[in-house]
Design a protein around this ligand. Structure first.
Ligand code: ADP
Ligand code: MG
Length: 357
């Protein structure tokens, strides 16, 4: 019912604008509640309804495999296997390998094995608590992506995966990015000319807008999360992923302190690096896992902080990815590749800085 109501509403809005609907401007918009967030999928073109529902199917199918709260998911079976190899499907096989590589590349700022610590803080089951240092010290011994990486060497059975005894994996920091990667393929298969896919902080700006201008992707102002449409700035993007991680997305308060869901695997505590959000932008290309990369990087660079994040960016070739960092001390730092695509929201009060190579 919700789907129906939304598409009717959008159609009304469209005709209300007085626009002529040419066949390729047909549009479908659906809301999907999955992966612990509200998603909005808007597709265009003659096959837009089929495309939008195929995107939803892709997301639901992935959630079924990757959820940590569903005891029947593949991830739950792997986490419960006590170090034994288990048979997994193609998606988990690919994503686990990718996540292990991204863990190594970010030197564990993103760590796919951080699950036991995330759970200790209650972020998995929404039963929030502050664990003792002794408890964290014990759990941190299990956090080591190398165990996954090492065990992942090609085996006789290419669909087997294993993690170390006592370890658990959490793909919450990459699952939406991987879903966005798969959605690029779905959109191409349905010959969708343009689409705007928002998977809760993970945006895919596919093609351009119906009027030929780039999609406008607002970056939430972390200091004004209670206000809708309170942006630090807006990005003009075509065929790009834009993935944001911030401490404001999921948190709890205890004794006047705020604890958020992005854990620094070096301390076991929520990351406290001076950044309030990190947005990673990269080209959306079929056959690459750039959505997954953006998602892992946004989490990792939020943990690293400004200086290390910019070093990480400078270490990679131009065009691989770009950044928008929002800092606790009131600055927005944009890497030079985005300088002419980013507009600061003047009412936000931030000062804009452009980082060069
Ligand atoms: P969101 O899922 O809110 O968009 P992120 O992509 O940054 O935000 O992912 C945060 C999720 O990733 C957490 O909810 C947790 O499940 C997991 N996580 C938290 N810290 C880390 C970390 N350092 N490395 C890998 N995964 C993490
Ligand atoms: Mg992420």
């Amino acid at each position: 019912m919700r789907r129906l109501a939304l598409s009717v509403l959008l159609l009304l809005l469209l005709s209300g604008c007085g626009g002529q609907m040419s066949p390729d401007e047909a549009q479908e918009s659906i809301q999907v509640l999955a992966m612990d967030t509200a998603m909005l999928i808007t597709t265009y073109g003659e096959r837009s309804p089929a495309a939008a529902y195929a995107c939803e199917d892709t997301i639901r199918d992935l959630e079924k495999q990757l959820s940590r709260t569903d005891p029947d998911s593949e991830v739950s079976r792997l986490n419960a296997a006590g170090g034994e190899a288990v048979e997994v499907g193609e998606d988990l096989y690919i994503l686990l390998h990718e996540a292990a590589c991204l863990s190594a590349e970010t030197r564990g700022a993103f760590d796919v094995t951080v699950a036991p610590v995330v759970s200790a803080w209650g972020f998995t089951e929404d039963s929030f608590r502050v664990p003792s240092q002794a408890e964290l010290d014990g759990l941190l011994k299990l956090v080591d992506y190398n165990a996954v990486y090492d065990r992942y060497l090609p085996t006789a059975d290419p669909r087997a995966a294993a993690i170390g005894p006592g370890q658990a994996i959490d793909l919450g920091g990459v699952a939406k990015g991987y879903a966005a990667d798969k959605i690029v393929k779905v959109l191409q298969e349905h010959e969708v000319p343009r689409a705007n896919i928002n998977l809760g902080g993970n945006v895919l700006a596919y093609g351009d807008r119906p009027d030929g201008t780039p999609w406008r992707v607002g970056i939430q102002d972390p200091a004004r999360v209670d206000e809708q449409n309170a942006f630090a700035g807006v990005l003009a993007l075509t065929d790009s992923f834009a993935v944001t991680s911030g401490g404001y997305q999921r948190y709890f308060e205890q004794d006047g302190k705020t604890y958020h869901h992005i854990i620094d695997p070096a301390t076991g505590y929520p990351a406290d690096s001076g950044l309030t959000s990190v947005t990673v932008v990269a080209p959306a290309l079929e056959g690459f896992l750039n959505g997954t990369m953006c998602d892992a990087y946004s989490t990792a660079l939020f943990v690293m902080g400004e200086e290390q994040a910019l070093d990480f960016w400078r270490d990679r070739s131009a065009g691989v990815f770009e950044l928008v960092l929002v800092t606790e001390d009131g600055r927005v730092v944009v890497t030079e590749g985005l300088a002419d695509r980013f507009t600061l929201d003047e009412s936000s009060g931030y000062t804009l800085e452009v980082a060069s190579r």
